[in-house]
Design a protein. Structure first.
Length: 171
């Protein structure tokens, strides 16, 4: 087990070194002010998304990530199902994992305060709006009796727009 911990620590160090490169620094700072996003998830999102300017609207990025709602419409009837999953599975997985517990409260932890220390206020403002909105949405869905996994995916889908806004601000 020690070799596994040692290997994971080595990978963490490598990811931190990569995140501190000049080309990724602003984008990583823009994403790590969010609850649940540390360097590994920030780098996953940044490298998979690539140039954020190719998405002119957050809806395009939602579709690209495979988080769109599947719908079958015919003759005035609308049937909505789960997400399409026709998109980038790495981004979709990252967003769902980020929302495992991130939407449950709006309090800012000591660790998150430390990550936000030198971040521009614009990034923090976007992240705070995201947290408040996800908290309201998750609370409403949970009180309506929705399964927690559906709530996580709904929050991940909602978070795409805020991540799009943050990365556009950092570009």
């Amino acid at each position: 087990m020690k070799w596994l911990e040692h290997t994971l620590n080595e990978y963490d160090v490598l990811v931190d070194e990569l995140a501190s490169r000049e080309e990724y620094q602003k984008k990583v700072k823009a994403l790590t002010v969010y609850k649940g996003i540390k360097n590994i998830w920030a780098m996953t999102l940044i490298t998979e998304i690539g140039d954020i300017k190719r998405f002119s609207h957050p809806g395009q990025m939602t579709s690209w990530a495979g988080l769109d709602i599947r719908e079958y419409s015919s003759g005035g009837n609308q049937n909505r199902f789960g997400i399409t999953k026709h998109g980038n599975r790495f981004v979709r997985t990252a967003l769902v994992e980020i929302n495992q517990k991130g939407f449950r409260s709006t309090t800012v932890s000591k660790v998150l305060k430390a990550r936000r220390k030198d971040a521009p206020p614009e990034y923090i403002h976007i992240a705070d709006r995201c947290h408040k909105r996800l908290y309201k949405k998750s609370y409403r869905l949970l009180m309506d009796g929705k399964h927690p996994n559906k709530v996580k995916v709904a929050c991940a889908r909602e978070m795409v727009g805020f991540i799009w806004e943050s990365l556009r601000a950092a570009a």
